[in-house]
Write a protein that binds this ligand. Sequence first.
Ligand SMILES: Cc1ncc(COP(=O)(O)O)c(C=O)c1O
Length: 392
Amino acid sequence: MTSIPHGTPGEPGPLRTLGLERLRRRTSMKWRTYPDDVLPLWVAEMDVPLAEPVVRAVTDALALGDTGYPAGTAYAEALAVFAAERWNWDGLAVERTAIVPDVMLGVVEMLKLVTGPGDPVVVNPPVYPPFFQFAERMDRRVVQAPLDAGLRIDLAGLEEAFQEAATGPGRAAYLLCSPHNPTGTVHTAAELTAVASLAERYGVRVVADEIHAPLVAPGVTFVPYLAVPGAARGLSLLSASKGWNLAGLKAALAVAGPEAAADLARLPEEVSHGPSHLGVIAHTAALRDGTAWLDALLAQLRDNRRLLTGLLAEHLPAIRAYPAEATCLAWLDCRALGLGDDPAQVFLDRGRVALSPGPPFGAGGAGHARLNLATSPAILTEGVRRMAASLR
Ligand SMILES: Cc1ncc(COP(=O)(O)O)c(C=O)c1O
């Protein structure tokens, strides 16, 4: 296994740079949803300073007054190079991409291209709650095909869901989360190939949300859905947003497989008005020049995963943390604590630490909570201390 550097020698690395006092000056959702006595370890924002190439690109643009509308394909080109180098995938064709405002709005647009109102959308709970909210809001019918006990795609269950979805009058889609939020599961090439084959058999269109793809642990291989055999009719969504903490700088990419190019070409022109030019500049710089920063982050996330395992074993041995291979998240099975369906509420009320509640993640979410590891070891340690204190 290649060794991943912890950043430049002498530098603390992205997750060890910012203290609580500085973080509390942030005005984003993570820091402003709860009062100041609550330690926020919930929404997937990271406690990192931005990668230097991103700061430079955005400040250069501001200095130049380069704040008009986005143009060109630099973002897609940067992603194509990143995908080739990082995932060994050279099939990302820039002409089969489109910029979209962000990943979830991109998901909505892709679902509009391949399904109509009332049509089924299959998801794998427990899964990112907006998958339900956004699909329902656009009058799609959500069909749940839960992950199996090992938190992997249950191919038999997926086939049943596809079968059910395909028997109705409408067009069916499958919203794949890859890597999977909240479990951090990285789907294998074999699993994704089986998914593609089932999708073809039942005429289900696959829309893959691959926003967490850059956040894969050292030594683990991410496989883009469109890279597997049989996925040519798939559509995927990618972004630098999670990997480099750029959610506030709106821009994402929709990518079509070779046989979905005609669908993507039907994307209404006004969708391209949503992404921000500064967002496109920031995401492009991240993908093009931010890989050393990303590697340092990934090494520190791996350290934090190990730290969490140790802290839970010591202070909260009844909690089972699933061994995530990707994302900055930890999915915690708290059922043995006997705190009911929503343990995060107990940790919040009694321990003043905010995790994401499990129930909104759908089937399999009750009794669970999601913890965001993208913080300093000191804050993570304090978070677990507060969780443990809430049980006393
Ligand atoms: C799986 C998944 N998709 C989409 C998003 C949101 O992405 P965006 O802000 O680009 O819509 C998140 C955010 O955490 C996520 O985890």
